[in-house]
Structure formats: C-alpha cells, structure tokens
Design a protein around this ligand. Structure first.
Ligand code: ADP
Ligand code: ZN
Length: 576
C-alpha cells in the first residue's frame, strides 16, 4: 500500500519538470523571435497598424497588430505613454496576454505542484494512522500519577485492603525479608462508576510508581497473536521502569469463564489470557510490579485467573453509603463556586448513585449555573441537574401535545405518586411531571428510595405496586378499553421483580426456596413459575386498583392540578 503511494508521487514530479521546461523554452523563443525596435513601434502607431498594447511592469511590452500578428518591444516606462496610446485609439491591457501555448504548461505546473503537496501530506498522515492502530497502547499506557487516596472519597475498607500493596510497592525488600508473599494481582470488583479505576490510580500515586492502563475490551477482535504480544510488550515496558502498577480494566473481556467449550473465535482470547498468566507468574515477588484488574462482576471470571499466585486478592468496591456520598459531593464541589447548598440533604437524595453519577450531577449543576451566569451553584441548579441525570432533559417544544395526552400522562403519574405516598410513606416524592423528557418518557415521577442494604419481600411487593399504579389509574379514569402503551416500561420492571422474587429470592410458592439459576441446569418446566408470577402481579394490581378507587376524588384533584402546573413537588403531596 505504502509503496504504491510512493510511486504515484513520481507522476506529478515528471509533469512538473516537463511544464517548467516548456515554459523556459517558450520564453526564450519569445525573446528571440518577435523583437522589434522602439522606432518600428512608433511608426506602426503613426500608420494606425496597432490594435492593442499589453503594458506590464517588465522591460518588454507586447504589441498586437490589426492583422493579428504580435511582437515585443522595449518598455519606455514614461509617464504619459499610456495616455499617448489611448489618444491614438489603441486598446490597452494591463496584464500580459497568455496564449494557449503559454497557458497550458502554466496550468500543468500548478496542478502538478498541488498534487505533489497533496500526496506528500496524505502519505505522512497515512503513516501516522497506521502506526496508531498497530500500537495503540503506547499513548494511553502511562498516565500522570496525580492521584492519591485523598482523591477517593469513601471506600474506606477498599483503601484499607490495598494499603499494604502500596507499602509493598514502596519497599518490597521489607516484605520479602519477612518471607511474606505479596499478591501479584488484585481484582477490584463492583458496579460501574464506583471508582475502581480511581483507586488503582491512587495506589500507583501513593506508591509513586508508574501506572500502565489497558482495557480488556481493547483485546477483543484483534488478530490471533496480537493480543498476546501486546500483553508481553506491556509487561516488558513496565519491567523496564522497575516498579509499576499495571491496570487492566474490564478484565472479563479476556478472562470470562468458558461457556460452551469449543466456541469458535475464543482462541485469541485464550492466547491473551495465557500470555497474561504467564507474564504474571514470570515476575517474582521482589520486582515490585502489581497487576490490578477491574470487573463489574467477580463470578463471571475464569477460575484460572483467581488461583493463588495470580489475582488472589479480591476487593469489593460498593456503591457509596450516605456518608460516603457526602464526602464525594464535597470532593467534587471543591473546585467549584458553591452557594448555600444543603449537602446532607443532597447526600440523602442520591441513594444508589455511584461516584461517577454524583460527579456527573455536580458537573451538570455547574453547567446550569454557568449557563445562567449565576455567581454560584445553588440548590436550584442541583435540583434541575438531578432531574436531568435521572430522566434526561426536558423537551423544549411541547406544543404538539394534545390536552387528551396530557390528561392520560397526568392520571398515570398521579397513580404512581399516590400509591408511593400510601404504601411507602417514608419515600419522598421529589417531583411529578407531565413534561416529556428527551429520554422518551411522556412524564415521570421521581421518588427517593430509602438507603438500605436489603430489600425485603414486603418492600418488593410494594415496589411492584408502585409500578402498577400508573396503569391502574388509567384504567380507573378512562375504562378498561382505553388503557395505553404508557405502562410498557413499568410492566417490564414489575415483571422482572416478580420473576426474581419467585425464581431467585426464594419468595414464591412454586419453587419455595429453590433457585432457578441452579434448576435450569436440570430441565424444568417454567410454566408454573410464569403462572405464579402472573398471579402475584394480578393480585397486587387488584390491590392497587382498590386503593385508587377508594381515593378517586383525590386522584382526580391531583391530576387536575398536575395538568395545570405541569410539575408537582413534594409539598403538593403532603395532604395525602
Ligand atoms: P469505575 O472504574 O469503577 O467504573 P471510575 O474510577 O472510572 O469508576 O470512576 C469514574 C469517576 O467517578 C471518577 O473519575 C471520579 O470522578 C468519580 N468517582 C467515582 N467514585 C468516586 C469516589 N469514591 N470518590 C471520588 N470520585 C469518585
Ligand atoms: Zn409509569
């Protein structure tokens, strides 16, 4: 490919030289042949033989006769030369004429120089690109070590669990003198955005060693052998630095449990995995290299990875609790102008948010404050950002929504809100709106769940009921035949909860305490489970309808209020 490109450049070079030569030739020819002296020229003027004169800034001027012939003569460069000619009725051009004989080489010259520049540029960018794709690791591998444990808020247990890794990286001799074997590999596992990458960087930063990062997904769909050689290169580079932290994000992409044995296309993955394991057993304890890997789920990883001497330390990174959220909020507000913000309240409101989601929330609030030219970030910005994070941006153009549609959405959302208020009184409803969001919802109800480690059977039943509240309100208000597709997502979620209760959490009758995941290895008929899920949800639906029917008046009143105001907030629900 490259060679062909290089040959192509020869073509314009040849045409460029040819055109140059012909231009020089023409010039000489012109100079030789058509020269006449100035007196001859003056005579021609007298005899009215001249039709046009081309005046330029050169020593010679060109003269065109009435019979079409041309010649050159000396440029007098006198001030009233032009006026004299005009007086004699001679046309004047201020640029020299180009005959096609002169014009063609000129155009060829320009065209060839442009194509030379073009081909040369393309060649270098092509080279640059191909270098990137072959060795894409180079650029992002080594990152600045600006992080330390202070940049990780909360996660105290996790920090504690990797503290000795930091000590070991600082003074490996100390550990070996005790005969202690340090883990060569640490796996950080937990939900996305909980700060696994951040913690790995902090370990490198605390220990003051270089940080090499790759992602398992980089190794998917590369040619056989490339992944393995990349792994070897990576370790070689790290080893050359002496001590290092090697971070492998999304380790599951290369280290997943083998499902069906002879699945095609897994050969590359196996080679990459084997290269990783070989490299890890290759370096010894004194070297001061630690591999940290991250995954969302530990249980999907191949056992070969988890054996002693490989990734034998497993550290869970959990979603932050309310105190950790407060710390994360404070951390991410540090470099921002902040007004009077109730941080404790915000920490409560962000239950089940990951660190990344909180960071996103703070950033969104800062953008909103900036857009408004507000001096500080205020509670109002945070509240708006909160809705944006959970539900997307409000649709600006809402004229197309008919009153009938608004009414359906309003009943639906009030149905959710009223059931929440009735059966989960501790859950705070922060916002109910019929303003559609850019994420596609016609309206939504935001409620803040209470922090808790477990969800009990009663709570799960209530969650299903809240989800069913929208459809139930529609049915009560408009009748059985006018229910809408608006409940699609609600039903998806309630079905999932019901199914998990019956088949995974041991909360149903059909399976009792048996777990479906284990049973599917046998070959069991699922009909009965579906039957039980249906009964469970139906029973809860009837219950929801009863509640709303009893309170029909309130349902109507709140719906009317929502249609009028478009959004309701927690105060509006105090009356329930
Ligand atoms: P993960 O690797 O678990 O998916 P990251 O480490 O990439 O998550 O986190 C993404 C971003 O979220 C971080 O860069 C940071 O801004 C923020 N973040 C997550 N957890 C925390 C935390 N505990 N303290 C401070 N910031 C956090
Ligand atoms: Zn709904």
């Amino acid at each position: 490919m490259n060679k062909i490109k290089k040959k192509i450049i020869i073509l314009p070079i040849i045409t460029l030289l040819l055109s140059l030569m012909s231009m020089i030739g023409l010039n000489l020819y012109n100079n030789k042949v058509n020269n006449k002296n100035y007196n001859h020229f003056l005579n021609d003027i007298k005899n009215k033989k001249i039709s046009e004169v081309y005046i330029t800034n050169t020593p010679k001027i060109k003269v065109k006769l009435t019979n079409g012939q041309t010649y050159q003569t000396d440029n007098p460069r006198s001030l009233n030369f032009k006026e004299d000619l005009l007086k004699n009725g001679i046309k004047i051009s201020e640029h020299s004429p180009m005959t096609s004989r002169e014009l063609i080489p000129f155009i060829v010259l320009i065209a060839s120089s442009i194509s030379i520049v073009f081909i040369a540029l393309k060649n270098t960018s092509f080279k640059r690109k191909s270098r990137n794709s072959v060795d894409s690791l180079q650029s992002k591998e080594l990152e600045e070590m600006t992080h330390n444990f202070d940049s990780v808020a909360g996660n105290e247990e996790a920090k504690e669990s990797v503290q000795d890794v930091v000590d070991f990286l600082k003074t490996p001799e100390k550990y070996t003198s005790y005969g202690a074997r340090m883990p060569k590999g640490v796996i950080l596992y937990g939900e996305p955005g909980t700060g696994k990458t951040l913690l790995a960087k902090a370990v490198a930063g605390e220990a003051g060693v270089p940080f090499y990062a790759v992602s398992g997904s980089d190794f998917v769909q590369v040619y056989v052998g490339v992944g393995a050689s990349r792994i070897r290169q990576l370790f070689k580079k790290a080893r050359n630095k002496g001590k290092a932290v090697i971070f492998i994000d999304e380790i599951d992409a290369i280290g997943k449990k083998r499902a069906g044995e002879s699945m095609g296309g897994s050969e590359e993955r196996d080679q990459t995995l084997n290269a990783l394991l070989t490299e890890m057993s290759g370096f010894n304890e004194k070297e001061g290299i630690v591999v940290i890997a991250a995954t969302n789920r530990l249980d999907v990883l191949d056992d070969a990875l988890l054996r002693p001497g490989r990734f034998d330390r497993h550290v869970e990174i959990t979603l932050p609790d309310v105190r950790a959220r407060e710390q994360i909020i404070n951390l991410h507000l540090k470099n921002k102008p902040v007004g009077k913000i109730n941080i404790k309240e915000l920490a409560k409101k962000t239950a089940y948010f990951s660190g990344a989601k909180i960071e996103n929330l703070m950033n969104e609030a800062a953008i909103l404050a900036c857009k408004e030219n507000s001096t500080n970030i205020e509670d109002s910005h945070l509240n708006k950002a909160f809705s944006i994070i959970l539900a997307g941006y409000e649709k600006q153009n809402r004229d197309y929504i008919t009153h009938e549609d608004k009414k359906i959405t309003a009943y639906h959302e009030i149905g959710h809100a009223m059931i929440t208020k009735k059966i989960l009184p501790n859950e705070k409803i922060s916002k109910v709106t019929i303003i559609p969001s850019t994420k596609g919802a016609g309206g939504y109800t935001l409620s803040i769940p209470e922090d808790s480690l477990y969800q009990n059977k009663e709570y799960l039943r209530k969650r299903i009921m809240v989800l069913l509240g929208g459809r139930a309100a529609e049915e009560i208000a408009f009748g059985k035949n006018l229910i809408t597709t608006g409940a699609h997502n609600d039903l998806q979620r309630s079905t999932s909860i019901a199914y998990n209760m019956v088949s995974h959490y041991g909360m149903g009758k059909t399976l009792g305490l048996l777990n479906m995941q284990e049973l599917t290895k046998l070959n069991i008929d699922q009909k009965e489970i579906i039957e039980e899920c249906k009964n469970l949800v139906n029973e809860l639906y009837t219950e929801v309808k009863n509640i709303l029917t009893k309170e029909k008046e309130m349902l109507d009143n709140l719906t009317e209020k929502l249609i009028e105001k478009e959004s309701l907030h927690s105060e509006d629900f105090e009356s329930i």
